[in-house]
Ligand binder design. Structure first.
Ligand code: ZN
Length: 182
């Protein structure tokens, strides 16, 4: 529980920092809050959670995400990549699982989407999270390949996890009430 609250607080401060540094990209981002430095360089996947040759875990963002209209998309992708590192998807073991387990890629992608949706919702960004879910929905039922989930699968997962976050917040709010009000 305490860890959970901590996570919400640090993700929130993280986004404020990222927003503040966005004008000075490449920004360090995430150093303190998520623990992973951000590197801005061309990548055909837009964003990537990656372990470099020195064994450091980094988040790679494509420069196209620096455009102001990409602000929330970038934020969502940073949270998504952060989740991959936190869930150890980028360790040797995580990578083996990704490419050998049945639905390995799909499951890791959906887990990262879920974590991102939950954290951003708890940080007060539910409308933007729903926007991202709608964008995925418009991509339809077809997987982009490589074992990745379809847009509709991702959209459903993001909405589901945003809903879970709201339910958890409601529960917390209820506990704030006086015992006689419950
Ligand atoms: Zn991913």
């Amino acid at each position: 529980m305490v860890m959970r609250i901590f996570a919400v607080v640090f993700v929130f401060t993280l986004f404020q920092n990222v927003a503040a540094k966005a004008a000075n990209e490449p920004f360090k981002g995430y150093d303190i809050e998520c623990g992973y430095p951000i590197v801005v360089e061309r990548t055909n996947r837009l964003s990537q959670a990656h372990q470099d040759q020195n064994g450091n875990f980094v988040i790679i963002l494509d420069p196209s995400l620096s455009e102001p209209r990409q602000a929330f998309h970038r934020r969502f992708l940073i949270a998504h990549e952060c989740a991959h590192h936190r869930m150890k998807h980028t360790t040797r073991h995580g990578l083996v699982k990704r490419f050998t387990a049945q639905h390995g890629v799909r499951d890791q992608e959906m887990s990262a989407d879920c974590w991102a949706a939950e954290m951003l919702t708890q940080a007060g960004m539910l409308p933007q999270v729903i926007d991202i879910a709608d964008q995925f929905w418009r991509r339809g039922f077809v997987s982009p390949g490589g074992g990745y989930p379809s847009g509709i699968q991702r959209s459903n997962m993001i909405r589901h996890c945003a809903r879970l976050a709201v339910a958890k917040m409601r529960l917390k709010m209820a506990r704030l009430g006086h015992p006689a009000e419950r």
